[in-house]
Design a protein around this ligand. Structure first.
Ligand SMILES: Cc1ncc(COP(=O)(O)O)c(C=O)c1O
Length: 363
């Protein structure tokens, strides 16, 4: 048999193996129905049960308070970059929405919002190539804004917010695409949390939006129906034909997460996995971490070698031994190990040893 491949891709990313096996097992015959889950109506009671199970598992695993709604929406995370100002800027007469630019997706979210609200970028770390989360003095957060948007984990650079900002009365909105369900979060601190599915949740092309219920009902009249979160909530995410397969996979991933011991257990494991890689990076001059140490992500570990040629050699040799998709994003270069929830410690250990060995050979 070929060598076991560990997939370090940033997304679409690896899924837990037991989830893939269950999909395969049930593919032709979902729960004795004689048809596949993707062949039944999104309004069939069997599918609606799957959707509601996904919602209640999410609630159970995260301790999500009752006053938050869980939506499954189209268009991945980037579609929400438009949906957010359309749904929430109308909360205040000025339509002022605040953004923190901590990376390229954070910047794209802000740029997209410009068309629908009065967008203000109040902090940025572009001056240091996004190697950190920018400082955010509380007086920058005008209390008459509709919301403050942050990107909690910056996938390209491997930085994250360790402590979330205090925003007073301004709802905090977080793009958690590359870290949802990887650590304990106090949802009470947030007005909205959203994530594209393709890292910790399931297939690409859809997103989950968690929204505090008092923020619904303010959508701009021109909001397209399928971007209107209030409508989506009224229809329990079934305004039109949803991606039934994606919702089914989310449910399986959440069941798997529960079996792993839930978020407390996975967070501990995620910390150990990241610590092992940072230990190699910090223990040598051969690897140079991209993120400043106090801003490091535990989901995306980004680093560079001494030259682009050495980066390329590292990637080629890693690929040859089953360490797949480690190439850094084209904006950043170097190497990026995305170690989302499904990545087992044994995969990380294999990468850490490969890094040590590569340094011995080439350093
Ligand atoms: C933090 C973050 N936000 C947004 C996106 C865009 O997600 P999508 O491709 O689902 O629109 C990504 C994709 O990697 C991401 O990492």
């Amino acid at each position: 048999m070929a060598e076991k491949v560990y997939n370090f891709g940033a997304g679409p990313a690896m899924l837990p193996e037991p989830v893939m096996q269950q999909i395969q097992q049930e593919w032709l015959d979902f729960q004795g129905m004689g048809v596949s889950i993707i062949e039944i109506s999104h309004r069939a009671k069997e599918f609606v049960t799957v959707l509601e199970q996904a919602q209640s598992l999410f609630r159970e695993l995260t301790g999500l308070p009752d006053n938050y709604r869980i939506l499954f929406v189209h268009g991945g995370a980037r579609m929400q970059f438009s949906a957010l100002p359309l749904n929430f800027s109308g909360r205040v007469p000025s339509k002022k929405c605040l953004y923190v630019e901590s990376g390229n997706f954070a910047g794209l979210a802000a740029k997209e919002a410009e068309a629908f609200c009065s967008m203000e970028t109040i902090a940025s770390s572009v001056d240091t190539d996004f190697d950190r989360i920018p400082g955010l003095a509380s007086d920058l957060i005008s209390q008459d804004a509709a919301y403050l948007h942050i990107t909690s984990n910056n996938t390209l650079y491997g930085t994250r917010w360790n402590q979330f900002p205090e925003t007073g009365n301004v709802p905090l909105i977080a793009d958690m695409t590359s870290e949802l369900l990887s650590r304990q979060i106090d949802y009470n601190k947030f007005g909205v949390v959203y994530a594209g599915l393709q890292k910790n949740l399931g297939p690409s092309g859809m997103a989950m939006v968690i929204v505090r219920d008092d923020l619904l009902g303010f959508a701009d009249q021109k909001t397209p129906t399928l971007l209107n979160y209030t409508q989506c909530d009224k229809d329990n995410s079934l305004t039109n034909t949803t991606n039934t397969f994606a919702v089914y996979v989310i449910k399986l991933v959440l069941e798997w997460l529960k079996q792993q011991g839930g978020i407390t257990a996975i967070e501990k494991l995620n910390e150990q996995k990241a610590a092992r890689l940072y230990q190699v990076i910090d223990g040598s001059d051969f690897y140079r971490g991209i993120a400043q140490p106090e801003h490091r992500s535990i989901m995306n570990v980004s680093f560079k070698l001494a030259s682009e040629e050495l980066d390329a050699k590292f990637l080629e040799e890693a690929d040859a031994v089953g360490l797949y998709a480690l190439k850094g994003h084209r904006n950043v270069g170097g190497v990026r190990a995305s170690i989302y929830n499904p990545m087992p410690m044994v995969g990380v250990e294999k990468l850490a040893r490969f890094m040590e060995e590569f340094e011995r050979k080439s350093g």
